[in-house]
Write a protein that binds this ligand. Structure first.
Ligand code: PEP
Ligand code: MN
Length: 338
């Protein structure tokens, strides 16, 4: 159950409502947004009684029974869009955020070269995996801590903020020291201990949709992070498994309006892992922005033919630059900027 308080409700009135609800033996959590104060109530067994007693109290606007299993991720609970603020940059506002870089950090020289290119084109965040979740244990697994050091140096040199995947609970404290945003990959979307762990850290979390997950399961995974106290979750649609074989995954563009309807969390599109082929990446990226996505996660490499992972789907600098120009036009057409 959610209790929304009227805009002019006083602190005293809010406290009184919480006290009354607790008197019924239920747990509460208070969320004070810019415009609205909302009280989340858990474990309600007698809705009617609660409504009858609480609704008439001064300052109460209305009581809303929650229809979905996700609560903290729900727009019912948090009507305003969440804006993730990080080091002077905001994600989820009018400005579209582009995170770009290689699939994996391969060397310092190569990463710095890519970082300079994406920065020049307007990206604000640099991506690069150092713990790679490869399908085969014989494929390149990433540089580990050495890769984190390289990412940190790229941040120092360019001012770009860093996004990298954290694969395991044990690595969370280490990765947290080096990077700005944790990425949780598709294969770990339901690794609940990992979700709970990142939920206890301050770094925002880019949570990719599981390749076979429903939107509700995805939002429940976000709920795991939010319920541990980390409010900064960014969702990322990266394509789901379907019968189609001409693309690596099928970008579920409908996730954009549906998630925006049900949730206040910012939503990104990763057209690289959806398409699996660089030739389709730009079209999907533009579709995502046109549909209302808050940002893009893109793989870019200076020489995709020698990339240690995902070269086939990586954009060359020239194509990335072109895409950035086109996105600007789509952003303007939809009342936003890049
Ligand atoms: C990645 O971003 O490099 C990655 C491994 O993504 P996903 O988890 O979506 O496959
Ligand atoms: Mn990749």
């Amino acid at each position: 159950m959610i209790i929304t308080m009227s805009v002019d409700a006083s602190n005293k009135e809010i406290e009184r409502v919480i006290e009354k609800v607790k008197g019924f033996g239920y747990n509460t959590k208070l969320f004070q947004g810019e415009k609205k104060t909302v009280i989340h109530v858990w474990g309600v067994t007698d809705k009617e009684r609660l409504m009858k007693r609480i609704e008439p109290l001064p300052g109460v606007e209305k009581l809303i029974p929650i229809l979905h299993p996700f609560k903290l991720a729900s727009r019912e609970f948090h009507p305003e869009d969440t804006v993730v603020s990080i080091d002077g940059r905001s994600i989820g506002e009018k400005e579209i955020t582009v995170i770009a870089g290689p699939c994996a950090v391969e060397s310092e020289e190569n990463l710095l070269e890519i970082a300079a290119i994406i920065k020049e084109a307007g990206a604000k965040f640099l991506r690069g995996g150092v713990f790679k979740p490869r399908t085969s244990p014989y494929s390149f697994q990433g540089l580990g801590e050495k890769g984190l050091e390289i990412l940190a140096r790229a941040r120092e040199r360019t001012g770009l903020l860093i996004v990298t995947e954290v694969l395991s609970e044990i690595d969370v404290p280490l990765v947290s020291q080096y990077v700005d945003i944790f990425q949780i990959g598709t294969r770990n979307m339901q690794n609940f201990p990992l979700l709970k762990t990142v939920g206890r850290f301050k770094n925002p979390v880019l949570l990719k949709r599981g390749m076979s997950a429903t939107m509700e399961e995805w939002l429940m995974s976000a709920e795991y992070i939010l319920s541990e106290g980390n409010p900064n979750v960014i969702l990322c649609e990266r394509g789901i498994r379907t019968f189609e074989k001409y693309t690596r995954n099928t970008l579920d563009i409908s996730a954009v309006p549906v998630i925006n309807h049900f949730s206040h969390l910012p939503l990104f599109i990763d057209p690289s892992h959806a398409a699996g082929d660089w030739r389709y990446v730009s079209a999907l990226a533009k579709a995502g922005i046109a549909a209302g996505a808050d940002g893009l996660l893109l793989e870019v490499h200076t020489d995709p033919t020698v990339a240690l992972s995902d070269g086939k789907q990586s954009l060359k600098p020239k194509n990335f630059n072109q895409l950035m120009k086109e996105i600007k036009k789509i952003a303007e057409a939809t009342g936003r900027t890049v």
